[in-house]
Design a protein around this ligand. Sequence first.
Ligand code: NDP
Length: 332
Amino acid sequence: MRWGLIGASSIAANHMIGAIRGAGGEIASVHSSSPARAETYAAEQGIPFGTSDLDALLAQDDLDAVYISTTNEKHFAQAMAAIAAGKHVLCEKPLAMTVADAVTMVRAAEAAGLVFGTNHHLRNAGSHIAIRDAVRAGRIGDVLSVRVFHAVYLPPFLQGWRIDNPAAGGGVIPDIVVHDADTVRFHLGEDPVDVVAIDGASGMGQGVEDSCMSVWSMPSGAMVMAHESFTHAYAESGFELHGTKGSIVARNVMTQRPVGQITIKTEAGTETLPFADHNLYIRSLDQFHAAIKGDGRPSADGIDGIKSLAVAAAVAKAAKTGQRTGVDYGGV
Ligand code: NDP
């Protein structure tokens, strides 16, 4: 499987280049908006072709797929160009700046018969798969509530556009609420109906929110509370589900690494839930490669990306208006 990278980004350098290669893929090219950066990045990463000409990258006819990891406002146009060139697309979250654009991207890929994936890593974690399996097996009965603790400290090397550039899609809501929405949907198998939210700047955000708390209602009646932040240097992340027959409490599982601890508490007592420790991103790539070969679907597909963005958009709107806000999934 031959890949082109659109975006000379940190996530590609730190996780995805290794994951593509780890899943047996080959990286043929990289695009950056800067010619010098394209060249340097390609040399540093051992990629044969670096270019600032997107058409030149997409014209490589032996390229199967592109991975888009530019800043968020660029995803839409780059995905549409890749789809027009007949490439399968794995796109970073949030898929686009608006739900309508995300729907257009995903529908265009469908119409062209191309695989479209959203790079939501958490549903690929052994921890979250073990939690989802326990919930599905009925171990905690009917889920009454979910608590998501995803207040972290944004490392200095990422304190750029995320904290001061709303036009590039900065802010903790587009950055982290999308992941939490995807993870809740993964566990409960249903989509949030409406939300209330408060956001704020707690020391890092300049013109964008760096913290958010929200509550979501689910069709089953379950309630979800979610906390995201860039400014919490000492908080552990966590994910809890509380049901009629038990509770699952997971710590340090809202992360890019295969770590954490999970306990399940029922009438029978408290036990540790074991889970696999594979690389999250390689699993995502394995599923994407299989989907291109006609075997299954990406672990998070385009519809999943639209829905996580829709929840984040509703949270942003609810925080701005102070109103309970219905989630508009753009007709999907
Ligand atoms: P970066 O800021 O590292 O990269 C984004 C863009 O910024 C790059 O495409 C590049 O533009 C430019 N850039 C990066 N570094 C430099 C530099 N040193 N000098 C000049 N320009 C630079 O962002 P991230 O990698 O953190 O995020 C990229 C995307 O990936 C976002 O959509 C984000 O939401 C997503 N993401 C997803 C994660 C996940 O686990 N699924 C985790 C982290 C991010 P150009 O390509 O034009 O050179």
